[in-house]
Design a protein around this ligand. Sequence first.
Ligand code: MG
Length: 202
Amino acid sequence: MSSHKDKRKQAKMGKKNGSGDGGAVMVEELRKHRPKLVAFDLDACSWETEMYLLDGPPFRVNKHGHVQDRSGSVVRLFDDTHDVLHELSHAEEWQQTQVAFVSRTSYPEYAFECMSLIKIGDSEKSMHEVAHHHEIYPGCKVSHFQKIHKRTGIPYEDMVFFDNEYRNIRDVQRLGVVCVYTPDGFRRRHFEEALVQMNASK
Ligand SMILES: [Mg+2]
């Protein structure tokens, strides 16, 4: 256990280095208002390869732990999707937050199979299991979100959404959802950006 003297010394050093507890306080401030729903697009946002490029079932987990279709094309979650989904489904502070996958793929049956086979982090939970909502069918994503809103009563302003296609961002933003564009796939910095945006608007 550190003494008061040690703490004062640490505080002094922190000031000198321009750090100290300031960073931690800032991170906490960012998370003051947590989204009640975190929604991810699938293709080229949460994972690659896109569903329409696959040859279809049977899907299986290969020796590297990746899901592949009948031709060997791999469906792989981006590392940061893994990390953030793991955090959302395990951390105490996110227990009140629901997770959704929102996709307009024309191949929902492929998507559901892949979600069931992909395990999140080192847990036994599948990607399908960690989500409360799976809105996966073609059409404008406004209707996907309207369904979630109707079912849960969660205000649009308490939802965040990530998508690699700007047309979806533009559509869903109109509802009041905090949207973050992920042109090269989802990264943790997009998650942080969503929290900053949500807290700035509160
Ligand atoms: Mg996409």
